[in-house]
Design a protein around this ligand. Structure first.
Ligand SMILES: [Fe+2]
Length: 410
């Protein structure tokens, strides 16, 4: 090993983001947690450092903020609303580990956020990404045919300046691109630091998840390859090893899925489209109730999925049920081999296991978070595997379909 590697200055070596440093994460943990890889972005036309924030529009941000604190263990750190001059909406900025959620709800009855919520229900409106050079990204995106929805501009307050711009992606979702290297405020100009009086239960863990692993987008039939091409061409994302060409089908419903990722793999986007089958695909159900394409699930990375699931259940979060037959299947037992917890411990919590040539992963999916059968969360604990649980898709889809059937939408 050379001195260069020891000091971590080799081209392409992973650099921690400020958020990761503040969350006490290190590169070793991040390689395991979210499959981070070394990457030299010198020649990348659209270099992306990582996630900046996931912005949700919800029907009642005041109460949603409480839910994300009380059920999901997140911490309130910033706020914007009528009290500090924003008469249109309230916005609560919450954090867990290196990831930030922003929850927005309309205050002014004429707020465009209320129109968005009326049409789509609660959902993700912006998958904001941290980039070192906003102008370079926006210019490349424009030349590659993307729709620029916000031209690059500086936003300044007493904490400094952020450079910000945005491009459109599927449906009414956007990617805001942010360079916050000259900014020390709690979130963005227009926001003030804010904490909550909500007190965690005695003995509760510091946080229930450390980072964001991936966000899945659902798009219309025949559109998946177009969006894969968009991420390849406009944003320089690469196709990941788990690039599923075949239909993922159960007896009733089917879908197609492909995965793209940025150079360092911090940002991973599986993209799904419905496939034709005997009954309505779960993707069709989403598209119907979200009124178009949108973000389907966010995978939250945890380093202790057993404890996280126990805490979340105690806080009232509901998960999809996994049938006992899943754990009793000799083929599954042979395929997954030895994992860090006895299978009975996984079974009692409904946690799924998948293994590939690089290692294994543990995962579980919540029921829909809001009133519509659209957005949900996944919890994922990676042990070497860089996959997305392909081996579990059939078991997962059968569980989803049982619930879809109960809702009368299968
Ligand atoms: Fe996932």
């Amino acid at each position: 090993m050379t001195d260069t590697t020891l000091t971590g200055t080799a081209a392409g070596a992973i650099e921690l983001t400020d958020a990761e440093r503040q969350a006490d994460l290190d590169t070793h943990q991040l390689r395991r947690l979210v499959g981070l890889v070394d990457y030299d972005d010198a020649k990348d036309p659209f270099p992306v450092t990582g996630w900046d924030a996931i912005v949700f529009v919800v029907g009642n941000a005041t109460q949603a903020a409480h839910y994300y604190m009380s059920a999901w263990g997140m911490t309130l750190e910033a706020y914007s609303g009528p009290e500090n001059g924003n008469r249109d909406h309230k916005a609560f900025v919450l954090r867990s580990g290196s990831i930030r959620f922003v929850l927005k709800g309309g205050v002014d009855p004429d707020s465009p956020l209320l129109d968005h919520q009326r049409r789509h229900g609660d959902g993700v409106v912006d998958i904001a990404l941290e980039v070192p050079d906003v102008d370079r990204c926006i210019e490349h995106a424009r030349r590659s045919g993307a729709t620029v929805v916000q031209e690059p501009e500086d936003l300044t307050d007493e904490h400094g300046t952020v450079r910000i711009g945005a491009i459109a992606t599927y449906g009414e979702t956007r990617h805001t691109l942010i360079d916050r290297s000259r900014y020390t405020g709690p979130y963005l100009p227009g926001y003030v630091a804010r904490t909550s009086t909500f007190a965690k239960r005695e003995g509760a863990p510091k946080r229930l998840f450390q980072a964001l692993d991936h966000i899945v987008g659902n798009v219309e039939l025949g559109k998946m390859d177009e969006w894969v091409a968009f991420y390849n061409k406009v944003m320089g994302f690469v196709n990941m090893a788990e690039f599923i060409g075949d239909d993922i089908a159960t007896d009733y419903s089917a879908l197609m899925s492909k995965v793209v990722a940025n150079g360092n793999h911090r940002v991973k986007f599986p993209l799904n489209e419905p496939a034709v089958a005997k009954k309505k695909s779960q993707i069709d159900e989403y598209l119907e109730f979200y009124r178009g394409p949108g973000a389907q699930h966010l995978a939250l990375a945890t380093n202790d999925i057993l404890r996280t699931v126990d805490e979340l259940r105690a806080n009232g979060v509901e998960f999809l049920a996994t049938p006992d037959s899943y754990y009793e299947d000799p083929e599954l037992r042979a395929r997954i081999g030895q994992v860090r917890a006895p299978i009975e411990e996984l079974q009692s919590r409904g946690i799924l296991v998948d293994r590939d040539e690089d290692g294994y992963l543990l995962q579980i999916f919540t029921r829909p978070l809001g009133d519509r059968p659209t957005v949900f969360f996944e919890l994922i604990e990676r042990h070497g595997s860089l996959g997305f649980g392909k081996g579990n898709f059939k078991a997962l889809f059968e569980a989803l379909e049982r619930e879809q059937d109960i809702r009368g939408n299968l």
